[in-house]
Design a protein around this ligand. Structure first.
Ligand code: FVH
Length: 295
């Protein structure tokens, strides 16, 4: 596909507008639609074509990129134009679950369209920058056809033809992010509990610490993989008694500082469950295995 191949963007929230602007920056003919039409105004001044209806938007391009609130809204928006999907490709970058992706793929292909599912690993300000990457899953043939166009939004990472993979990885990455931010909030609440504590100043310590810890993740992950394939004994371990006692200290200090311990309670429960299952040491494989078997 060259940049003469037009694209339609359905949904002009913060993210949809950033996606459309990225296509326009590449001088790609871009048709846009949004329920609240005024959100298209700036894009129109940049050269986008305004579609007054979803039907006009969908029929405006062979490739329709969708970024709406959720899959319910995607279905509600596309349902009235189902008959116009034949021969077109829908790339759905809306946040959703693997089963929602599978259901949407079946619905679009049932109406004669092609479907790729995606997960955006960017925020609106980083779309089309080297930081942005977008996960895709679905038929390789479809991805290959639009690889160049999609690459204008950020590095296009194809995960495979299992339609649910992009959303599974997207949500797993977001899970890691949410828990990291919970940790950040808790650490900052503790560090600023003293008069004069500065959250910004504290990040001078927190960022290098977390960066160093993040560098350990590939080694932990290799042990998780080895556990799955060969049941190899992990070597990166630490005594569970040491972990429990350290975490108890964090919780005591948090209470003394008037800070909630709620975010840490699930960590303590996980360590206690490992102890209850007869583990003497903490390891990444045991922790991951325990999460997989938890209800
Ligand atoms: N913003 C971000 O950083 C994240 C990054 C990763 C991907 N997410 C997902 O992208 C989807 C859209 O997110 P967004 O940030 O653009 O969200 P909003 O600015 O709130 O825009 C929502 C759009 O959905 C339209 N919409 C909502 N309800 C309806 C409806 N019933 N019928 C038609 N359209 C609807 C809304 O239209 P309007 O309110 O402007 O008329 C916006 O176009 C989302 O899945 C994120 O999880 C973003």
């Amino acid at each position: 596909m060259s940049n003469t191949s037009p694209v339609t963007v359905l949904g002009l929230g913060d993210m949809g507008r950033a996606l459309a602007a990225a296509f326009l920056a590449e001088e790609r003919a871009t048709t846009v639609w949004n329920r609240t039409a005024a959100k298209a105004d700036e894009l129109i001044s940049l050269g986008a074509v305004r579609a007054d209806s979803v039907a006009e938007a969908v029929t405006g391009s062979p490739l329709v990129v969708v970024c709406l609130l959720d899959y319910g809204v995607v279905r509600e928006t596309l349902e009235p134009v189902a008959g116009q999907l034949r021969g077109r490709t829908v790339v759905n970058l809306t946040n959703g679950t693997p089963s929602q992706a599978a259901e949407m793929a079946a619905w679009v292909t049932g109406h004669g369209g092609d479907y790729l599912d995606g997960g955006i690993m960017a925020v609106p300000t980083t779309v089309a920058t080297p930081e942005a990457f977008i996960l895709y899953s679905g038929e390789q043939r479809i991805f290959d056809t639009y690889r160049g166009v999609l690459g204008e939004l950020g590095s296009a990472r194809y995960l495979g033809d299992d339609i649910g993979l992009a959303s599974l990885y997207d949500l797993a990455l977001l899970s890691g992010m949410h828990l990291m931010f919970d940790g950040f909030h808790h650490a900052v609440a503790m560090a600023t509990s003293q008069e004069g504590g500065s959250a910004f100043g504290f990040t001078e310590l927190l960022v290098p610490w977390l960066t160093n810890m993040a560098r350990l993740l590939p080694a932990f992950a290799a042990e998780v993989d080895a556990d799955l394939t060969t049941a190899a004994e992990p070597r990166l371990t630490q005594g569970l008694d040491v972990q429990v006692s350290g975490l108890a200290n964090i919780m005591d200090a948090a209470r003394d500082a008037g800070v909630s311990t709620t975010p840490l309670e699930s960590s303590m429960a996980a360590l206690e469950a490992l102890l209850a299952h007869g583990h003497k040491v903490w390891s990444a494989p045991a922790s991951v295995r325990q999460l997989r078997t938890a209800p």
